[in-house]
Design a binder for this molecule. Structure first.
Ligand SMILES: Cc1ncc(COP(=O)(O)O)c(C=O)c1O
Length: 477
């Protein structure tokens, strides 16, 4: 506990004198172990200022406690809590580590965790310095986002995605989850329980968030290349919106062909369905050129592109954006204005400074190199195995490995016991039997950790060539 955090609260209307209140609260803190022996108390003048009382009151309280043997004055050295063998002062209970946080030495391949380096970046720190130094702290940030960040996002999308976007068509969000809540809130102004079609397998958090926000989720089975327009044409009940991951199907990792994108837009236009394009990691292409975003294709359909800083910077920030157009765009802006923004102004300023100073694009270039190298490591370690299938490696920061045997859940449990956290594919499937496989997030692990994890996983996934099993398990020693 710092000196300034002395647990003292004064009641100025009480009949008990202020000096007696200070003395009794300090005494209680010493007796119950909140203040430990040898704990240095603040100087009387400082404590008096902090409590808004005269110094004489504090001096009287200290003298009282010194007289009782609870405090020891060292003259110029200040006052500290006395050591008294008769007082069995309990140390404050140590908090148990939360059961959800992984043990420190676990290699965590949970997908969605990017390389942690932006926070060490000098430009990142200087962006925060500039943000903190700005005027305007006394007002609310604009509901749709600060002008500086909306302009910076537009610039970023032009460079990284080839998208020409008017900053007025951007809404700053607290990330994709917040964006989805906003979309559902907007749809609920028209219909009590909007129906939203999602890919199966797909992003479980999106299903959970939209359900919690009041939507009804319907699923359509997809393979790694995502939704087909023939599937949409066969639908009897038309949903209010459809959520797709055309650049990098989540989690299987293929991409939606241009013809299918055009088909999706035609269908959406014909039936008045809102298209939600989750463009979560399109900056990280490793082998093929990105296809144009659905939101950039000519159509009269309402399309909303959902972008996030969770993958290209950090999910710790909770910040992202929507690119909106058409009637849905107007309604989304109106809903955001009504609900107000959850995104801190200082965070928006810092990200805007970082983007405008070129920090984000440099960080992406650095991270892309790291990810490309780790992707190479996965291909090198697992790519030649005939008993498993690797996918999702064209881009992003996760891979999928599918195999027939053994059960992916068993592999994940055994891997965890050996210090490697991986997520089975099961959780991504909603209404159909899951394929047997694992999702390997390789964004945050170091090369060394990833190599170790791959050796362990490779050994756990039994395969046809027994000699390779032996080679793998001997690797672990
Ligand atoms: C498919 C998909 N979309 C979006 C996101 C980002 O979500 P958020 O911006 O809420 O962190 C993730 C993160 O893991 C994701 O996997």
């Amino acid at each position: 506990m710092s000196e300034a955090e002395l647990p003292i609260e004064l009641d100025r209307n009480s009949s008990i004198s202020l000096a007696a209140q200070v003395a009794s609260q300090l005494r209680a803190a010493i007796l119950n172990g909140v203040l430990r022996p040898e704990h240095a108390l603040p100087a009387t003048r400082r404590l008096a200022t902090e409590l808004g009382i005269s110094r004489g009151v504090v001096v009287r309280a200290f003298e009282q406690l010194s007289g009782e043997g609870f405090l020891e004055s060292n003259g110029a050295g200040g006052t500290k809590v006395a050591v008294r063998p008769d007082i069995n002062s309990r140390p404050p209970e140590k908090r148990k580590p939360s059961s959800t946080s992984p043990p420190a030495d676990v290699i965590d391949l949970t997908p969605g965790r990017p390389s942690g380096s932006p926070f060490q970046d000098k430009q990142w720190r200087s962006a925060w310095k500039s943000a903190v130094a700005e005027q305007g702290q006394a007002q609310l940030p604009p509901a749709l986002g600060t002008t500086a960040l909306r302009e910076a996002v537009a610039d970023h999308l032009a460079v990284s995605r080839g998208l020409a976007v008017d900053p007025h068509d951007i809404i700053i969000t607290g990330g994709t989850s917040d964006a989805l809540q906003l979309v559902v809130a907007m749809l609920r102004n028209q219909t009590t329980q909007p129906r939203i079609l999602v890919e199966d397998p797909g992003y479980p958090t999106a299903r959970r968030v939209m359900t919690a926000a009041g939507a009804h989720i319907e699923t359509v089975p997809v393979d790694e290349n995502g939704l087909k327009s023939s599937q949409l044409a066969a639908l009897k009940d038309i949903p209010d919106a459809v959520l797709v991951t055309p650049s990098h199907q989540y989690p299987l990792g293929g991409r939606m062909a241009v013809q299918e994108r055009i088909g999706l837009l035609k269908w959406a236009e014909q039936h008045g369905v809102l298209v939600l394009e989750d463009d979560y990691d399109s900056e990280f292409r490793h082998s093929r050129m990105p296809l144009p975003a659905v939101a950039s294709l000519p159509s009269r359909a309402d399309v909303v592109l959902l972008g996030t800083f969770s993958k290209n910077l950090s999910p710790w920030l909770r910040c992202g954006y929507l690119v909106v157009r058409g009637d849905a765009g107007h309604r989304l802006k109106a809903t955001r204005e009504a609900l107000d923004t959850p995104v801190a102004g200082v965070l928006q300023s810092a990200i805007a400074h970082y983007i405008q100073a070129g920090g984000l694009s440099r960080h992406i270039t650095r991270a892309r190199r790291e990810y490309a190298h780790r992707r190479g490591l996965i291909i090198h370690r697992l790519g030649s195995r005939r008993d498993l299938e690797l996918s999702a490696l064209d881009g992003g920061l996760h891979a999928v490995v599918r195999f027939n045997h053994p059960e992916a859940a068993d592999v994940a449990a055994k891997a965890m016991a050996l210090g490697v956290r991986v997520i089975p594919l099961t959780g991504y499937y909603a209404d159909r039997p899951a394929e047997n496989g694992l999702v390997l997030g390789y964004g945050a692990a170091t090369d060394l950790q990833l190599a170790k994890a791959l050796t362990i996983l490779s050994g756990l996934i039994k395969h046809v060539g027994q000699t390779e099993v032996q080679a793998d398990s001997s690797d672990q020693k």
